[in-house]
Design a binder for this molecule. Structure first.
Ligand SMILES: Nc1ncnc2c1ncn2[C@@H]1O[C@H](COP(=O)(O)OP(=O)(O)OP(=O)(O)O)[C@@H](O)[C@H]1O
Ligand SMILES: [Mg+2]
Length: 516
């Protein structure tokens, strides 16, 4: 039997940016009706390659065939016409519009002829068919990140995409949502569609994909059949060395006597706050974080974790209770106050709260430093000191950037995170609030960040670590507090914690015999 031609064939794709070859003669063959995973470290060139396929970038060299036919993809419109649709790493939805309006946005049919009712019905039908539940009349700003992603996928399906590209679709999802997405993707390929998905999570690659292509530093290094490989092999291909999956905390010892004498650097007392929608998000939360300690906060997204981080860092008002930073009252003070007390913050949303995309790498690195005497003498920023300071951070934190004067937005996702961590660790005192610090990072970089957190702890920092990744929490925390519906269900020492027990608390059940 003569097999179908591959859905996608990319040959010798070259894409250069100033100072980098993002894709260096890359070949990629994706069989129709399969789920194909694209793996690689941060900055390996995955998003670039897919942006070429989606018509956002013109390659400097190379050929593309779609279902066996040679094609030129000059614009996203060309890609749509060829049945290629992409859901980007950073979503591109219009917040003040409804789901249905977003889905038809940019379609070339005359808008006045469109009947919203019919469109909404069509969307509902697609939603039901693929288990992508979302209300077509809801406004985007009302939706959770997981729901927004469903809108992006529905948008592609509505346009008739039969080759779907998903750039790190699960980086923003809870474990349950990720599993659901996996089932949806399976369903789509059973109907004959083709899916390319980029991820850093090897469990997902093993669970959902048929084949895997690995990129390293812009080049293709492996094409594998998922069933014939392993997580370890994939990790080795990606990073080019053996990778430790879990860090041994005993490599970062802390003296118990020193720790015992310490006073807490962060005290949260009976804290309450409201969500964006004006509903109670924190309902009387209390805990302390001591020097030489990482307190992990576990919980399913949306149970108050984000609000907690925002109230502590001064970005959201408290409606009750008290916060002490380094033994000083910091309740309802501006963010500058917390920064002056030495608080570092790795926010959930790097692009909007953490970094300024249109500024250079260097400017982002010194954002919090400009008041330092060395860097700003008599109010003038001393150029040479700044250059030295930022080059040191770029080196020390291994930020892959052509130079300090590169615009931040051209860095890859993982390198953005490194820049943020570099600035926060360099500027910070002894107190850090880290929200999903390893989200979107490759395994090598995840290991690196976790080690940085443990190093800070070993130097005496108090760290509040908010994460949805239980393995991560168990690996690096000293104690784990579980949040559910704005309350703390319990706090357990990480070494004695059981995954099942924490899982129950995450679902709102207080296990028996557990004191706090
Ligand atoms: N628009 C751009 N301008 C300049 N350089 C870019 C641009 N887009 C990407 N690059 C560079 O190309 C290289 C590959 O980036 P790309 O975003 O494709 O990586 P990635 O594999 O998707 O990484 P991540 O896992 O971190 O998202 C990086 O060095 C990045 O800095
Ligand atoms: Mg990317």
């Amino acid at each position: 039997m003569n097999a179908l031609p591959p859905a996608v064939e990319m040959r010798g794709i070259v894409k250069r940016f100033p100072g980098v070859v993002a894709n260096d003669h890359v070949d990629l063959t994706v069989q129709a009706g399969q789920i194909h995973a694209l793996l690689g470290e941060n900055g390996a060139g995955k998003s670039t390659l897919m942006n070429v396929l989606a018509g956002l970038y013109r390659p400097d060299a190379g050929e593309i065939r779609i279902h066996g036919q040679p094609v030129e993809i000059r614009s996203p419109r060309d890609a749509t016409r060829l049945g290629i649709g992409m859901v980007h790493q950073h979503f591109m939805l219009v917040q003040p519009q409804t789901v249905a309006e977003n889905i038809i946005l940019g379609l070339s049919r005359p808008r006045f002829r469109l009947d919203m009712r019919t469109i909404e019905a069509q969307i509902r039908e697609l939603s039901a068919r693929y288990g992508l539940e979302v209300d077509p009349t809801a406004y985007i700003w009302q939706l959770s990140v997981g729901e927004q992603q469903r809108v992006e996928i529905l948008k592609m399906l509505y346009r008739g995409a039969d080759i779907l590209i998903l750039d790190e679709p699960t980086a923003v999802l809870t474990p349950q949502e990720s599993e659901e997405l996996g089932r949806t993707l399976r369903h789509m390929v059973q109907e004959g569609r083709t899916i390319i998905f980029i991820t850093h999570k090897l469990d997902e690659v093993m669970a959902f994909s048929d084949r895997v292509t690995v990129l390293r530093r812009g080049q293709k290094v492996a094409d594998l059949v998922t069933a014939e490989t392993s997580k370890r092999e994939l990790a080795r291909q990606m990073v080019g060395r053996e990778v430790v999956f879990y860090i041994d905390r005993s490599e970062y010892p802390v003296q118990d006597e020193v720790k015992a004498k310490a006073r807490p650097l962060l005290v949260v007392e009976n804290l309450s706050a409201l969500s964006d929608k004006g509903l109670p998000a924190l309902r009387g939360i209390s805990f302390e974080v001591y020097p030489y300690e990482i307190l992990g906060i576990a919980g399913v997204a949306g149970n108050g974790q984000r609000e907690l981080a925002e109230v502590i860092t001064g970005l959201r008002p408290a409606t009750g209770g008290r916060i002490l930073l380094c033994e000083r009252d910091a309740t309802n003070k501006p963010p500058r106050h917390a920064i002056d007390l030495g608080l570092s913050h790795i926010p959930e949303d790097r692009m909007h709260t953490g970094l300024i995309a249109s500024m250079t790498v260097c400017d982002n690195l010194i954002l919090k430093e400009y008041r330092r005497p060395l860097l700003s003498r008599l109010g003038f920023l001393v150029q040479r000191a700044i250059a030295l300071f930022s080059d040191r951070l770029i080196r020390e934190f291994e930020i892959a950037t052509p130079s300090r004067d590169t615009q931040l937005k051209s860095l890859s996702g993982g390198n953005l995170q490194r820049a943020l961590l570099a600035r926060e660790i360099a500027s910070g005192g002894n107190l850090m609030v880290a929200v999903h610090p390893t989200r979107g990072l490759d395994i090598g970089a995840t290991e690196w960040v976790q080690r940085k957190l443990l190093e800070q702890r070993q130097k005496g920092a108090a760290i509040l670590l908010i994460s949805e990744d239980l393995d991560e929490l168990l690996a690096v925390s000293d104690r784990i507090a579980v949040m559910y519906e704005g309350k703390i269900m319990g706090i357990v020492p990480a070494q004695e914690a059981h995954v099942e027990e924490i899982g129950l608390m995450m679902a709102g059940v207080i296990p028996e015999r557990r004191g706090v």
